[in-house]
Design a protein. Structure first.
Length: 101
């Protein structure tokens, strides 16, 4: 995949910018596209353990009180459902448990 060919600093910056855009984008349709991109990237990086900030960010979004962030987080969770189910997520159980309580 093209994303795996990016130098690590570029990929780290890209992931950071996706999360920043989710927090700051006022337009719902654009925010949904950003969430879709984060979910697609998350399918690769969560499995590989190379985006440790994603799940805590998603938890923060679900508890932020912002309907827009809550929606974006749940969209990312939907994109990651198969990945989360197939991966050894035991290290993330506390975060996931907090989301669904």
């Amino acid at each position: 995949k093209l994303i795996s060919k990016l130098p690590p600093p570029v990929l780290a910056h890209f992931k950071s910018e996706l999360l920043r855009a989710l927090e700051q984008e006022p337009e719902r349709s654009i925010r949904r596209k950003v969430a879709d991109a984060a979910g697609q990237l998350g399918q690769e990086t969560v499995r590989a353990g190379t985006w440790p900030e994603l799940l805590p960010f998603m938890l923060q979004c679900t508890t932020s009180g912002s309907a827009a962030l809550h929606e974006a987080s749940l969209q990312i969770f939907a994109d990651l459902a198969d990945t989360l189910a197939a991966a050894d997520m035991s290290a993330h159980h506390p975060v996931l448990k907090d989301v669904f309580q």
